[in-house]
Design a protein around this ligand. Structure first.
Ligand code: GEK
Length: 342
């Protein structure tokens, strides 16, 4: 029987992870204690819709024992392998109604018992851009800061990670994650509902990802420092953020919105970002990808809230600029190793 609260699910998953990685027993115990201590974050939640979203997750159908789960392809998917087609239709319709109650779905795509969730972002594009360039994830413990619905957590498991922990303060995304985890029948990933600043940080992870978060932080160097605090010495940081073209002295702070987004504070050049990383104790800093966001990667779908998406935030006369006149979104992925001190 699955526990029917999201906190109960977190605890069940946290205890499953105790056996799921190859660390020495002392390290395993330290990691499990760290994870289980974060169950208290579910008690701090004070959000008008949390109860409603939790009910949606609690009322999801029991999953079939025979299922095919795919985590290593662009569409994270699960399908029943033993259900008659007429039944599948019934399951599909009620499941789709339930999952739509957790909208807007921004990060995906997912296919869950024939319900295709066409999310606003094709998050698989980002995974494809970095997959060949990061240290192998096999058997590793991974932290994904600002994980959204947790789409990339599933891809990390698909690429061999032992455990994937997400940190995410937006509670509708946390509920989406626990819905997907239930339907996949997977317990090797969890999300802690908090910010990186409020996480009790300890150097427990082999690889730490921060993708799409740095530019939302008023104190970007503090964010990098906090990421370092979660990494084992010698561990790898994968940092994905908006950047501008320019030298090591250039950074953009928008006067107000950037491509329609509030809360964009610092968009550095890649050379400046590399200086920040080096000054905060990283070495082997590499730019592994730099690309403009395409209109195929971010677009409104019927699983989003029909708010305008990227196309509406670019200058219609000159797509190289945002509607505010800034350079259009350019995103970079850097990898760096935390210096090991002996
Ligand atoms: N301080 C914080 N600590 C942790 N998370 C935060 C914080 N502030 C915001 N977030 C969360 O970070 C995510 C950033 S979206 C990237 C998703 C995924 N990583 C992606 O690469 O597709 C970026 C975008 O869509 O612009 C959101 O889910 C926030 O709630």
């Amino acid at each position: 029987m699955e526990p029917n609260t999201i906190k109960g699910r977190f605890l069940a998953m946290a205890s499953t992870t105790m056996g799921a990685h190859g660390d020495a027993d002392g390290d395993k115990a330290a990691f499990s204690q760290w994870l289980i201590a974060h169950a208290a974050r579910f008690d701090d939640i004070n959000h008008g819709h949390w109860e409603e979203w939790s009910q949606v997750v609690a009322q999801l159908p029991a999953i079939p024992a025979e299922r095919v789960v795919t985590l290593d392809q662009p569409v994270v998917s699960v399908r029943a392998s033993d259900v008659e087609s007429e039944n599948r239709k019934v399951v599909k319709e009620s499941l789709e109604r339930q999952l739509r109650q957790l909208s807007p779905w921004r990060k995906g795509p997912f296919s869950l018992y024939d319900v295709f969730i066409d999310t606003e972002w094709r998050s698989d594009f980002k995974w494809q851009r970095l997959q060949a360039h990061i240290s192998p994830l096999d058997g590793k413990k991974i932290l994904d800061v600002g994980t959204g619905s947790g789409y990339h957590l599933w891809r990390m498991l698909g690429d061999g990670a032992a455990i994937a922990v997400g940190v995410e303060p937006t509670l509708s995304f946390v509920a989406q994650f626990y819905a997907v985890a239930h339907l996949l029948g997977e317990r090797r990933a969890v999300i802690i509902p908090t910010t990186l600043e409020n996480l009790s940080r300890a150097p427990l992870f082999d690889t730490v990802f921060s993708m799409g978060v740095l530019y939302h932080r008023r104190n970007p160097l503090g964010h990098i420092q906090e990421l370092a605090e979660c990494l084992k010495p010698g561990g790898e940081l994968v940092l994905e953020t908006l950047v501008i073209a320019g030298d090591a002295e250039q950074v953009l702070t928008p006067t107000d919105r950037y491509a329609g987004m509030r809360n964009v504070w610092f968009i550095p050049s890649v050379p400046l970002l590399s200086v920040w990383l080096a000054r905060l104790g990283f070495e082997s800093i590499r730019l592994v990808n730099q690309e403009s966001t395409s209109l195929d990667e971010q677009r409104a779908t019927d699983w989003t809230d029909f708010k305008p998406s990227l196309a509406n935030f670019l200058d219609p006369q000159d797509r190289s600029k945002t509607i505010e006149g800034y350079p259009a979104p350019l995103r970079a992925i850097l990898t760096a190793k935390k210096v090991s001190r002996s």
